[in-house]
Structures are given as C-alpha cells and as structure tokens.
Design a protein around this ligand. Structure first.
Ligand SMILES: Nc1ncnc2c1ncn2[C@@H]1O[C@H](COP(=O)(O)OP(=O)(O)OP(=O)(O)O)[C@@H](O)[C@H]1O
Ligand SMILES: [Mg+2]
Length: 333
C-alpha cells in the first residue's frame, strides 16, 4: 500500500523521475517521464529509453563522482525540448534522475532576447542616419540653404520615426503590464470620433472614406486601449492603400461587437498573413521604412483585443485589399 501511494505521488508530479540500476537500466519511470519520452516500457537501457547521450553521460558522471549532478540538456526525442536534469546516486548503486521541462522558459527567454535585438536594430538605423546627416552639415562650410534644409528635413523625419517607435514600445509595455481598466463604454461614439480623426488623412490621399456605425453599441472596454486598436487599424488601412477606399463598420451581432476596417489597398500575401501580428514584422521592410512603420502596431492590436476577451482576424488578397475584423464580447465577463 505504501508503495502504491508513493507511485501515485510520483505519477502526480510534473517532473519526470527515472530510477536506473547499476547498469544504467531504467527500472522505474513515473508518468511524466513516460510521457516525456513517449515510452511505456521500462527495463531498457537509459540510452534506449531517452535517446540522449548527454543524459547518459550525466548519469555516468554522477555515478563516478558519487555526487548529485545537474545540467541543462536539450532533448530531441520524441520531440525537441529543454530540461534541467538532476542525477542523484542513491542506495544499492542506483541512480535517481529528475527531469524538469523548461522549454517554455527557454522559449520566452528567446522571445525576450529577440525583442531586445530588434529594438536595438530599430534604434540604431535612424540614429546612424541622424549622425551622418548632422556630420554632412557640419563638414560643409558653404552649404546652400536648400541643401541644408533638405538634410534637416530628413533629420526631422528620423526623429519622428524614433518618437513613433518609443510611443509604440510604451503602448505595448503598458498593454502587457497593466490589466485593462474596463468600464461600460459607448463604442459607437469612440468609433465615430476616431473614425473622423482619420478622415482628413484619407481624403488627402484621395481615398474614399466611409463610416457605417450602428448606434449605442456599449461594450466593457478600456477606452484608451480601444482607441489604440482603432487608430492602428485605420492608419494601416490608409497607409497601405494607394488608391480606392477605406471603411470602418461597427455592429452588434449576437452579444458580440464587430468592428471592421476594410481597405482596397495592396493586400497581404498568404505567406505573410500569419506573421503580420508578430512584433516588428513588416511585409516590405524597405517600403515600410519610407512610410515610417515599425511593425509594432498589429502586435499591440492583437494584445489589447485578446486582453478584452476578443479576437482579431484578417482576410486579404494581394492587389485587392484587406479586411481586419475585431470581435469583442458585449456581456460583462
Ligand atoms: N491594411 C493593410 N494592408 C496591407 N498590409 C498591411 C495592412 N496592415 C498591415 N499590413 C502589413 O503588416 C505589417 C505589420 O503591420 P503593423 O501595423 O504591425 O506595422 P507597421 O504599420 O509597419 O508599423 P506601425 O508599428 O507604425 O504600425 C505592415 O508592415 C504591413 O506590411
Ligand atoms: Mg501599423
């Protein structure tokens, strides 16, 4: 009974536990270990059971040194994962192996370091331009006013870019750290207000621009955050539409508020579509540089919409335009 109880306890753990005999044969494996290696059969060598030379070597080191030994190991069988493996020699020349899966931590660490690398890169490019432009002005003593103005104009453009980047980063970090402060908000009013703010920008480009907004759609929202969502989707639609029209629609359907931003712009290819919500992802880096995008807008949109218990979808075809649809639950959660 006690043995049975101990087995139950071991099986309830998330840490994979293996016991090997003096010949490195696996004599016992808990549920987590069996799942980790996709095997129900014990009574096999540690190497056969785990297919990991590193783990086998670690076990040997522990046995020879008679000391508990620990290492971070990447397993490849049956699928790739990172574990912290601890091997402890115990009675009758046996070895106890404990394997904690840290794949998710490793993944998050990679996301974090990619993010820092991306931010550094995005900062460096405009800073290098500003420095080069400033040096050109400094070096040429008799520069024509026109030429000087041209350089100054470009410096201003790069500074605007840096400002936009830092604003986006701030919004993203606020959206991620603060829980959204939801209150019953009349989304119809917000959509009209932000929709009208973008009208001049669309009309300057000669685009058709229309709002189709159902009255009094009231949704539990963080108003500031939903303004960000609308602003990002509308600015994208206008930015990526050289000619044609942009429209914003809001309606309530079966307990869901449905916001739609539709454009007849350049569209997004099937390969790029799944990636556009990633941080810093831009379909056309060169072109996006000209138009000033940093690739954070849609990651902010998705983050905020998900934090509201909603979803954002996109349908698009290259050359004929894109439709972004945001669905938000109207009922208080
Ligand atoms: N309406 C759209 N039509 C075509 N492509 C789009 C549209 N919206 C987004 N994209 C593509 O998705 C990419 C990511 O969009 P996102 O809003 O995240 O970044 P951005 O607009 O480049 O920069 P910003 O951070 O200033 O918003 C864009 O660079 C663009 O290639
Ligand atoms: Mg954008």
């Amino acid at each position: 009974d006690r043995v049975r109880l101990l087995e139950d306890i071991l099986d309830s753990l998330d840490v994979g536990a293996l016991v090997c005999d003096e010949n490195y044969k696996v004599i016992s494996a808990n549920r987590a270990a069996r799942e980790m290696f996709g095997s129900e059969e014990t009574e096999r060598s540690l190497l056969e059971f785990t297919m990991s030379n590193e783990l086998r070597a670690l076990a040997e080191r522990a046995r020879v040194s008679r000391e508990a030994t620990e290492e971070k190991i990447e397993l490849s069988h049956p699928r790739s994962r990172h574990v912290i493996a601890r091997v402890r020699p115990c009675a009758s020349d046996r070895l106890l192996l404990a394997l904690a899966d840290v794949s998710e931590l490793v993944r998050l660490e990679r996301v974090r370091s990619d993010f820092v690398a991306n931010v550094s890169h995005e900062l460096r490019t405009p800073l290098a331009s500003i420095k080069a432009l400033a040096e050109t002005i400094a070096e040429e003593e008799n520069m024509e006013r026109d030429e000087m103005n041209h350089h100054l104009h470009r410096i201003t453009g790069e500074v605007d870019r840096l400002t936009a980047l830092s604003n986006d980063l701030l919004t993203l970090s606020e959206a991620e750290s603060k829980p959204s402060r939801k209150a019953q908000v009349n989304l119809s009013q917000v959509a009209r207000e932000i929709g009208e703010q973008y009208r001049p920008q669309a009309e300057r480009k000669g685009l058709g621009y229309s709002l189709h907004i159902e009255d009094d759609v009231v949704v539990p929202l963080d108003r500031d955050q939903i303004v960000q969502v609308l602003a990002n989707l509308l600015s994208n639609a206008i930015r990526y539409t050289p000619e044609g029209a942009v429209s914003l629609t809001l309606s309530a359907q079966n307990g869901t508020a449905v916001l739609q931003v539709k454009d007849t712009g350049i569209g997004i290819s099937r390969e790029d579509l799944p990636r556009i919500f990633e941080r810093f992802y831009r379909v056309d880096k060169a072109r996006s540089r000209e138009t000033g995008g940093t690739g954070l807008g849609l990651s902010i949109v998705r983050h905020i919409v998900n934090a509201h218990g909603g979803e954002v979808d996109v349908e698009s075809a290259v050359g004929s335009g894109s439709t972004f649809t945001v669905r938000l639950p109207i009922e208080r959660a």
